[in-house]
Design a protein around this ligand. Structure first.
Ligand code: CMP
Length: 133
């Protein structure tokens, strides 16, 4: 099934100039970039985006991190884009992420984990709307 998914290169990935390398991985999969923008995330948008984590102990750190610098927000389209994107970004914790995945190859931490991608069709629809409408 052709799907669209929301992907964001986080402030650590932007600062480390990883945008080009990360885009290549999606293009290698023959995915199509539908929307993209470099942007600052307001505290309001960060809280809404991460609402499912609002009761977690790390919530305030999460909001502080995602608002700490520019992110590169994108919408990618392709066959089974949501599941494949989750696979190529790797486990949330970069320390556990497999080599060959984006987090496994570029990250060293749990919170500063380079990239975010929608985890389901519902999240993708919600996040695309939140960042691009
Ligand atoms: P992301 O895929 O953007 O979704 C939620 C984010 O919360 C996750 O990536 C990590 O950056 C962060 N995160 C998840 N678990 C923890 C944790 N235990 N401590 C700190 N940050 C976390």
């Amino acid at each position: 099934m052709i799907e669209q998914t929301f992907v964001a290169i986080k402030p650590d990935g932007v600062k480390r100039k990883l945008i080009g390398k990360i885009i290549s991985r999606f293009e290698d999969l023959d995915f199509t970039l539908k929307h993209a923008k470099l942007m600052n995330v307001s505290r309001e948008l960060a809280k809404e985006h991460y609402v499912e984590h609002k009761d977690k102990a790390f919530f305030s750190d999460l909001v502080a991190f995602i608002t700490s610098g520019e992110i590169f927000a994108m919408v990618w389209e392709g066959e089974n884009a949501i599941e494949i994107t989750r696979k190529i970004i790797g486990s949330t914790n970069c320390i556990k992420a497999d080599a060959g995945t984006i987090r496994g190859d570029f990250g060293n931490e749990l919170q500063k984990n380079i990239i975010h991608a929608s985890d389901s069709l519902e999240s993708a629809k919600r996040e695309i709307k939140l960042f691009f409408e």
